[in-house]
Design a protein around this ligand. Sequence first.
Ligand SMILES: C[S@@+](CC[C@H](N)C(=O)[O-])C[C@H]1O[C@@H](n2cnc3c(N)ncnc32)[C@H](O)[C@@H]1O
Length: 388
Amino acid sequence: MNIFEKKSRIIINCPLRAVPFLREEVSELGFNIKSESQTHVEIFGSMQDVMFLNLSLRTAHRVLFYLDQFYAKNPDELYRNFKKITWEDYLFQDSYFSVSSAVSHPTINDTRFPNIKCKDAIVDRMREIYGKRPDSGSERKGAMIYFYWMENHCEVFFDTSGVSLSKRNYRKIPYLAPMQESLAATTLLAANWNGEGNFINPMCGSGTLAIEAALIALKKAPGLLKDNFAFMHLKGYDERIWRKIRSEVKTQSVNNFKGKIIASDISLEAINAAKQNAKTAGVDLLIEFSQCDFRETIIPDGSGIVFFNPEYGERLGEEKELEEVYESIGDFFKQKCTGYMGYVFTGNFNLAKKIGLKTKRKIPFFNGSIDCRLLEYELYSGTKKIYH
Ligand SMILES: C[S@@+](CC[C@H](N)C(=O)[O-])C[C@H]1O[C@@H](n2cnc3c(N)ncnc32)[C@H](O)[C@@H]1O
């Protein structure tokens, strides 16, 4: 059975609270959503669709291609059912593969254990057939098998992405508290950024928001920056089809856009990291970088977005120091950003109040396990400060 010639359920995963944006992205790419949960949307499609999705998606973490399902009451039954799957149809004799899972089962305390059981089942079956065992480990560099095991029900998938799609491959230099690339893109889509107008990112750190803003403005698919996906390591993968899909996706991007993207930070080290990361992403010539205090950032005449991701002050004492910073962000919005939409992404709601402006929307996100908000401010000439 050639998996590249069949259609199947496709599950696309994302972090909690990102589903509304993933749903919209997947629909805009032309797919019908069959169902969704708090952390995924499901569609039906082929491995060609999988290639297209891995290239195109900005808000997702991984694309799973359904393979099989069965009941398993305990780890031995899990092993036996896993061993019945014809892995030799999908994996090469000398494949490197890894197994990961989402497990909630009364017999399991350590989720590494069922992964090892399933890895053993695959290795044992392949060794019985070929007289040689394939290589496996935790590195996400080869084929990837993913399974859900909940309440005795097990569903098996190929994880076609490998390394999470949230890692775009351009952020070689992270600097302080960088935003995950997919989270940055999701907040930009939440802010309705589409490349029209200007995008100003004071406190840019390693440049993630400005780089993702440039990629969106260029309609450049983030997967074009990656050269290894897990589907490439499955039997039946045809590089010519991949190249065709890749070049079709590539032709959809544009060379330039009307507005300006400006990224600034007080730290020279951050600016140097951001420049280098933007260069790796191929967008350095489209971003104006400057090292300055955020209060000195030049806001061009016109309209667009001014987007801050300040520190949250997670350690004791830091919050007090940051109060003045958040107050000044409010003053900066009010005094210098008339005509723009202002955004602040933060995980500290006490500090957020110090901005002192009326929010138009508060969009909930998680940054890892931190409860965060993207705060939206409409900055018109009469914008007034409110004091708490
Ligand atoms: C949370 S980090 C931003 C991370 C960024 N979004 C990323 O993905 O890399 C906050 C940044 O604000 C910068 N910063 C702190 N105080 C500043 C100030 N007064 N003016 C400008 N930048 C400042 C820090 O140097 C740091 O890079």
